[in-house]
Design a protein. Structure first.
Length: 295
């Protein structure tokens, strides 16, 4: 299975009075980069969340959005801070004594001072909350993988078609190359005969010149390597994903194909081969662009 690095997954789980919503969105990236936005109360679960997410992705920039709601009435409680209230009262008595005033502070007044009463969240049942969160992550992760696989299927089909087109150009160059040698030999013979008029052509010298020319423009090695790289790319796409993903391997193969195409163009003295070489490079660039989307 070939997977794209572009994907989306969402899951909403309700267990008892708790609701969990997880959304995953990803784009291309050379490595795995996970960015998590979640309630502060889930900070203790971050390591477990990252570990779970790695089951569904190997590369890509992934944004994770986690929201949580607790509908139970015991979610928060009022806390009376007696020591703070006592401190306020003591200082108020001291002020009354310093200024010779009556201390007329009532409970309703004292209760309004900061931190006398505070709202405090109930402690989370971490085991229950983590269990629900993991279910939501698994649901979003499954949908996320499915969306990446669907996109990967389209990429695989498109790449295979482009690789077939590249192979056609490679085979044309392979067939055309020997003809260039023959054409060069015929033209060289004609020029020598024109120069020598009726004198006999030195076949040994002619053969030597043709051999030197053939060596300069020979692209047999480049064609062999291109066939190998194109075949390896198609095999990799056919076999699909492995534990580390196939994107990096495909990118390396595309770079190597581009190198061979450049060499063919640099050696070419034939317009037809140059045209096919340019078409080959254009297809390789398109393949490289598509490969950047593969995990």
């Amino acid at each position: 299975m070939v997977c794209s690095m572009t994907g989306f997954g969402r899951s909403e789980i309700t267990e008892g009075n708790r609701k969990y919503i997880v959304e995953l969105k990803s784009v291309n990236n050379r490595y795995l980069d996970i960015n998590i936005k979640m309630p502060k109360k889930f900070n203790a679960f971050e390591a477990a969340i990252r570990s779970e997410l790695k089951n569904y992705m190997k590369r890509g920039k992934v944004d994770v959005f986690i929201s949580y709601e607790d509908f139970s009435e015991s979610e928060t409680k009022v806390k009376y801070n007696k020591s703070i209230a006592q401190e306020y009262y003591s200082y108020l008595n001291e002020m009354a004594s310093d200024f010779g005033l009556d201390n007329d502070v009532r409970i309703s007044v004292l209760s309004r001072f900061p931190e006398v009463f505070t709202m405090e969240e109930e402690d989370l049942n971490e085991e229950e909350v983590l269990s629900g969160l993991m279910k939501a992550l698994a649901g979003a992760g499954k949908q996320f993988m499915e969306s990446r696989a669907r996109e990967g299927e389209f990429l695989c089909k498109d790449l295979t078609e482009k690789l077939d087109g590249m192979m056609e150009n490679v085979e044309y160059i392979a067939e055309r190359s020997p003809e260039i040698i023959k054409e060069y030999k015929d033209k060289l013979r004609e020029k020598i005969q024109d120069l020598l008029e009726d004198k006999q052509v030195d076949e040994n010298r002619l053969a030597m010149e043709v051999t030197i020319y053939a060596d300069k423009i020979c692209v047999d090695e480049e064609i062999t390597r291109l066939r190998s790289h194109i075949g390896a790319t198609k095999d990799t796409l056919l076999k699909g994903d492995d534990k580390d993903g196939i994107g990096r391997k495909l990118d390396f193969l595309a770079q190597e194909m581009n190198r061979e195409a450049n060499t063919i163009l640099s050696k070419s003295t034939d317009l037809k081969i140059s045209d096919r070489g340019i078409a080959l490079k254009t297809d390789i660039e398109k393949v490289r662009e598509q490969i950047q989307n593969i995990e």
